[in-house]
Design a protein around this ligand. Structure first.
Ligand code: SF4
Length: 397
């Protein structure tokens, strides 16, 4: 792969106004005073990696993730976008997504996003029900989501997504249907659904351990996932990935880059990246991140590394192949194309993993399908395989 291949940019914004009970992301609620310095550092990091690539590389997708990117001022977002436009070749129809917590935005802000060419908003809604939101420690209600969607549409941003969580203690099949009633009424083109995990060190972990909140019930979670899958199958949203549904043509282009195991530059505190034959991650703490970029301004770097990189390792063929298989199998419509795999690695899937694939087919966890003339036969998870996907993925490591 040359340095002129298109690349995706993940830009991490590690600031939130409060901490949700289940959250173990790299985000901070007390660093509001460094946001502007952080935007300068992120702009500098974009310049570093852009210059190190030796050419203005084409960019097809940008994703502002967090944290809560919508707490960033428009002036700071403008600085960051200016740096992208200066050091990369941003495609005119690039998908540019910003994650937003609905209670942090207003009409003027969303209009400002639109004028910065941000053309997709992903709302962190999680549930329409106040009980679930209270367990999750979220400080908004569903009316703020309804208002946010209307603001986005008024500004001219129509490519909208919503994040939901299932498996919340106290949530039932009936209550997730209530959330779906409210969400489907918004007629959004994209929806993501994630299972709650109780991460060590979070307030939710403490509350579950001391009995204040019930343990999540995995059987109930499985029933809820089934209910959502069945309900959405009767709508115009297609399940194109294990956790994602979209109207045809409105799949997340940025996330597809991950599932194709394509190159992406992760920039910002704690971000992970995969480009130039290297996997790396950036230092986690925002103040350290800012210092690294301001004190090492003239340090030469080798693409895709910058002075803020904490660790990196070269990716060998077997890691790249395993990642490509595991990510590709997440795609439920498209699957993993044998033809594309061979074109990428110069070896057939059969040669590399024929025995494992046959065993998984015999167990009815995988099956071959002809989904497109262009891509030839593709390997897909069966319905049974979707429930056991982690076990399937592990067989390829
Ligand atoms: S808004 Fe997201 S990143 Fe921020 S605390 Fe909540 S879950 Fe974590």
């Amino acid at each position: 792969m040359t340095h002129f291949e298109p690349v995706s940019l993940y830009l991490h914004i590690p600031f939130c106004t409060y901490r949700c009970s289940y959250c173990d992301f790299n985000t901070y609620t007390t660093l509001g005073d460094v946001q502007s310095e952080y935007a300068d550092a992120l702009s500098a990091e974009i310049a570093f990696v852009g210059q190190a690539s030796g050419a203005k590389r084409p960019v097809r997708t940008i994703f502002f993730g967090g944290g809560t990117p919508s707490v960033m001022s428009l002036a700071d977002l403008e600085k960051i976008m200016l740096s992208v436009n200066t050091h990369f070749d941003l495609h005119p129809s690039a998908e540019i997504t910003l994650e937003a917590n609905p209670e942090t935005i207003n009409q003027a802000y969303v209009n400002g996003l639109k004028s910065l060419e941000i053309n997709r908003i992903s709302f962190g809604a999680q549930s329409a029900l106040s009980h679930d939101l209270a367990v999750l420690g979220r400080e908004h209600n569903f009316q703020t989501v309804i208002d946010g969607v209307e603001m986005a549409r008024t500004s001219g941003i129509h490519n909208l997504s919503i994040d939901l969580i299932y498996g919340v203690p106290g949530q039932t099949v009936q209550s997730i249907h209530q959330t779906l009633d409210a969400v489907l009424a918004l007629d959004l083109p994209h929806l993501s659904l994630y299972c709650l995990t109780v991460e060590p060190g979070t307030p939710l972990h403490r509350d579950v351990n001391n009995g204040r909140i019930a343990h999540p019930d995995p059987d109930m979670a499985a029933d809820q996932y089934d209910a959502v899958t069945e309900r959405l199958a009767a709508t115009d949203l297609e399940q194109y990935e294990i956790s994602n549904w979209a109207k045809p043509g409105l799949e997340s282009q940025h996330n597809l880059a991950y599932w194709y195991n394509a190159e992406y530059l992760g920039l910002g505190a704690g971000a992970h990246g995969h480009a130039g034959g290297v996997r790396y991650h950036i230092v986690r703490r925002p103040r350290t991140y800012i210092r690294r970029l301001t004190e090492n301004g003239d340090q030469p770097t080798t693409y895709p590394l910058t002075p803020a990189v904490a660790e990196n390792h070269p990716i060998d063929d077997s890691e790249e192949m395993a990642d490509t298989i595991m990510m590709g199998l997440r795609l439920l419509k498209e699957g993993l194309s044998a033809k594309k795999f061979e074109a990428r690695f110069g070896k057939s899937l059969q040669t590399v993993h024929g025995k494992t694939i046959q065993e998984l087919i015999d167990l009815e966890l995988l099956a071959w399908h002809n989904r497109s003339e262009e891509n030839g036969p593709s390997l897909l998870l069966t319905e049974k395989g979707r429930f056991l996907s982690n076990q399937v993925f592990h067989r390829f490591i």
